[in-house]
Design a binder for this molecule. Structure first.
Ligand code: SF4
Length: 375
């Protein structure tokens, strides 16, 4: 049986965070039941023929779904052919966890939680539009531990409006003390179509200076490194053996199926993006139609580009052998000039059959990666 990863999208949130451009909505609770039914139908159709190696239920806020619906969804996924060593993650918003929901997850084979905290200071949480406070996060974290969840990720964000370097240091230190297995630390990007973007255009977003942001960036690496977290991707840190297997599927450009409105799959070199309009998505499933927002058949060049972009996000970089196995040509036949240029500028390192970003290269990763465009 062919193996594959599975992404499941829950588009509901209690309140839209001010920085968020994910495909998620507030005030759509009345659609939860119909949506879950459609989602379960789609999962059955698409996932049953595979062995599932990892599951990631993301959103949105999966744990905001009404509990009986959430349980139905988990039962459906639990009845698939799951690998014995499956990594099965649910994204949770702090403040949405309680005994009952954690037990439902535990009973239905979920073995990894990802908690979107972002900051440890309540005033900053309010500034970015989060609905929870730090205390609620900590309570949820300990509750999850008490229920036996031994693989937890915490999401943090720096470069927030009004954030001081010391506050970022405090956030990192507090989370390190809690000792989650995995920490994601992203810098804020002001995306179009967000409240932050509007404020930014009106000059109302009091962002840290470039120097402050660089300091926060440096602090992240040094503090996490000293505390036993290995940086294995530009923004992701893990204790030994706790790297996120599901995200590695994306970074290694491996196949995954995706269910839910707006979810994107990659199967056999083809990208399938599900319908973005939630009503249309549900209608199509109910009528047994297979409709997509977009289907893009990658050319060989597209796949090579994506293999480089995604692979270079990993600190270990990409393997020349893997490139050759996959594309039947040597990496030098395609990318010699650009690799040589960046190696010369010390942005890339080429060593023992691997090509990876140097420390300076990580800082300039967008520039380096854009040079790998072939089309
Ligand atoms: S909870 Fe997550 S998905 Fe929902 S609005 Fe906030 S950041 Fe976006």
């Amino acid at each position: 049986m062919e193996k594959i990863a599975l992404y499941v999208h829950i588009p509901f949130c209690k309140q839209k965070c001010f920085y968020c451009d994910f495909h998620s909505f507030q005030g759509m609770e009345e659609a939860m039941e119909r949506y879950t039914k459609a989602l379960i139908e789609e999962i059955k159709r698409k996932a049953q023929k595979y062995e599932i190696t990892s599951v990631f239920i993301g959103g949105g806020t999966p744990t905001y779904l009404y509990l009986p619906l959430f349980e139905e969804l988990l039962k459906c996924i639990g009845s698939l052919n799951l690998s014995k060593d499956i990594e099965y993650t649910v994204e949770c918003n702090p403040g949405t966890l309680n005994d009952e929901i954690l037990e439902v997850m535990k009973k239905n084979k979920v073995n990894r939680l990802s908690l979107g905290l972002q900051a440890c200071q309540d005033n900053l949480l309010t500034v970015i539009g989060r609905i929870h406070n730090y205390k609620e996060f900590e309570e949820n974290f300990y509750l999850a531990r008490s229920k036996g969840f031994d693989n937890i990720n915490v999401d943090l964000m720096y470069g927030l409006p009004g954030q001081k370097v010391d506050q970022w240091k405090e956030s990192l230190s507090k989370i390190i003390k809690l000792s989650p297995e995995h920490i994601s630390a992203y810098s804020l990007i002001v995306e179009e179509d967000t409240i932050f973007y509007r404020w930014y255009e009106q000059n109302k977003l009091n962002l840290p200076t470039e120097d402050q942001e660089r300091e926060m960036n440096d602090l992240t690496h040094s503090l996490l490194k000293d505390s036993g977290y290995n940086r294995y991707e530009i923004s992701n840190y893990a204790k030994e053996g706790k790297e996120c297997k599901h995200n590695l599927v994306y970074w290694n450009l491996e196949d995954y199926i995706a269910c839910g409105t707006g979810a994107s799959a990659y199967i056999g070199g083809v990208r399938y993006k599900n319908l973005l309009n939630m009503n249309k998505y549900m209608e199509a499933i109910e009528k047994s139609l297979e409709e997509y927002e977009e289907v893009i058949k990658n050319s060989s060049e597209d796949n090579m580009e994506e293999f480089m972009f995604m692979g270079l996000r990993k600190l270990e970089g990409i393997s020349e052998d893997n490139f050759k196995k996959r594309f039947k040509v040597s990496i030098d036949d395609i990318f010699k000039a650009v690799i040589d240029k960046h190696v010369k500028d010390r942005l890339l390192v080429r060593e023992n059959g691997m090509i990876f970003l140097s420390e300076k290269g990580i800082e300039l990763s967008n520039y380096v990666m854009s040079d790998f465009m072939l089309t």
